[in-house]
Design a binder for this molecule. Sequence first.
Ligand code: ARG
Length: 432
Amino acid sequence: MSNTNKGSNIWGGRFTKSLDPLAISFNASITFDYKLAYYDIWGSQVHAQMLGNQGIITQSEADKLISGLESIKNNVMQGTVTFSNELEDIHMNIENLLLKEVGDIAKKLHTARSRNDQVALDLRLYLRAEIKEIILLLENSIRSLKFCQQKYVNTLLPGYTHLQRAQPIKLENYFGAYISMFNRDISRLNDCLLRLNYCPLGAGALAGTELPIDREFVAEKLQFKGIIENTIDAVSDRDFVMEFSSVSSIIMTHLSRFSEDIIIWASEEFSFVKLDDAFATGSSLMPNKKNPDIPELIRGKCGRVFGNLVGILSVMKALPLGYNKDLQEDKECLFDTVDTIKACLQIFSPFLTSLSFQVENMQSATKNSFIWATKLLEELVKNNVPFRDAHECVGKIILYCIESNKNFATLNKKECDFFSPFLYSSILKIYY
Ligand code: ARG
């Protein structure tokens, strides 16, 4: 290509050279922002409709643009479109396809618009739809947890603090803890939606436009709550990406903590849960192995979601106000977070309901155990023994039991009376 060939640069006018091939591929985002195609087209259709309504272009021009975009949308959805690196991103690719579809009128589509407000719009539309899907997946996960609550009702197991047996808990309360977490996650996502749901289109590059556009019409048609008033903020803001990435990181911690418990519980040492063969894997070497790959992978995928959060925070932290090309780096981390969260939540429910919780093993772990010590202490307190004295007393009884190889249930009345006149009756109460 000669130096004076301006190639297909859409910014044409002031350039005397075409872009270096290395610069073309370095600059291009189409390899990932093709994911925005549907929203880009939808946004453009509404934009064209507005331009027509306002008399900025004629009504018939608007109609041609809209129907041209409609057929491109169908082709994109059917996967019959190939995008090109030379056209840099999804916005220019779609505009170019439109040029082929409807001819020169296509050149009017970008009136009163910049790719800066366009990409901000596409990203908001994309994320709004994805957040709604993630909320549905969380609701489904809550349903599965509730199903397990009913299936394992009244199952006692040891509750742990510091991963040491602490006090008996009910398995339904264990599941309930995750229901609470997921409910908070849903409310955080709804919060994201509230702040995200404003329309940046019409902000242009950053200073709006002198043309008589109707931003409210566009916002309403695209189901936004309203417009982003400040045009500089409209093109510069990626708070919604940071906020969603941080909410996603919290969701991943919840999924990961659950996964960690299941991994521990599935060990032979615990044997509190059996993995279903459909959700476990074997070893290529050791015939005895059954591995909890699914929860391990969920735990592992936290790394990328947390990394994506740090990625977007780092991209944003020193950006001069206004659009900067750095913002193109918001997409891959966002897309990866969305895909990862969805994949983890999609497998969570079938994985959870496939598990066989080993009720017998859980219950027997609560039997001959000092796990009832706090309850015993409280029985003594009910008998008016001061808390600190009761604590000391039960501590001494435990030491005695350990040294004489006994447990609470095998202590006789005489042994008990030595520690406290209320001990024997209290022990009978905690067990039976
Ligand atoms: N591909 C770009 C992005 O993802 C679109 C906006 C380009 N704007 C510009 N002024 N070069 O951010």
